[in-house]
Design a protein around this ligand. Structure first.
Ligand code: SF4
Length: 224
């Protein structure tokens, strides 16, 4: 399995953008002009999360670590987890200053509601793979908390999800290495895309329609 170097590490949070739309990820993470606005908005969101009552659950056999740094050399990703929840378990790991063994569970906070696609789950899975690598353990569950619905959802970390996440991280590195930004292509996700007004996928569709019209009606439609 490939190990990336410190210089090659990419932002872990980008994997959710990549899973949502490869072009969105490239606009944010390869074409830096979009990055500032987008990451500033994300940062403000995280600060607002501090008001959430869930953050006060720090009693008993649970310990919540906020803003925990994460790193995986096999994924080539680094970032920060909103919350890592440690539960006292015999299968856990020792923590400095705490008695017993503690099993980590990454908990990612989202401002909206559960999505149609698995991009939030993939982000949690990437966080879990970081924790597995950092602690030398295997994890079977992460979690998502949606502020709009105020619901916490378990994220089962199946081997399929882990494979999908690893493959996605590998593809991100290839695209980054080649500085490749895929062309705009109108899709279902565009309706909820934060970069819609910058990407303008409808123009790409209009241009493709014009090209098809010219090919069919002006050049005879039989050209390859
Ligand atoms: S508008 Fe559509 S094609 Fe463009 S970045 Fe967003 S999801 Fe991707």
């Amino acid at each position: 399995m490939k190990n990336y170097t410190d210089e090659q590490l990419l932002p872990l949070s980008g994997i959710q953008h990549y899973a949502f739309c490869r072009r969105q990820w490239a606009l944010i993470h390869i074409e830096d002009q979009w990055q500032d606005n987008f990451l500033t908005a994300e940062g403000q969101l995280v600060h607002r999360q501090a008001d959430d009552p869930f953050f006060n659950e720090t009693r008993g056999d649970r310990y919540l670590s906020r803003s925990q740094p994460l790193l995986s050399y096999t994924l080539g990703l680094q970032g920060v987890a909103d919350v890592v929840e440690y539960r006292r378990e015999t299968t856990g790991v020792p923590l400095r200053g705490k008695e017993g063994l503690w099993l980590p569970c990454p908990v990612e906070y989202k401002h909206g509601k559960p999505k149609d696609g698995p991009w939030d789950q993939i982000q949690v899975c990437a966080q879990a793979i970081c924790l597995e690598e950092m602690f030398g353990i295997k994890l079977s569950e992460g979690a998502l908390y949606y502020r709009q619905t105020r619901r916490r959802l378990a994220v089962p970390l199946s081997s399929e999800l882990k494979q999908q996440t690893k493959k996605m991280a590998e593809d991100m590195h290839k695209m980054f290495e080649h500085s490749y930004t895929p062309p705009a292509k109108a899709q279902k996700n565009c309706r909820s895309c934060s970069l819609y007004n910058l990407c303008l996928p409808q123009l790409a569709k209009a241009s493709a329609d014009v090209g098809a019209y010219i090919n069919e009606h002006i050049t005879g439609g039989d050209e390859k």
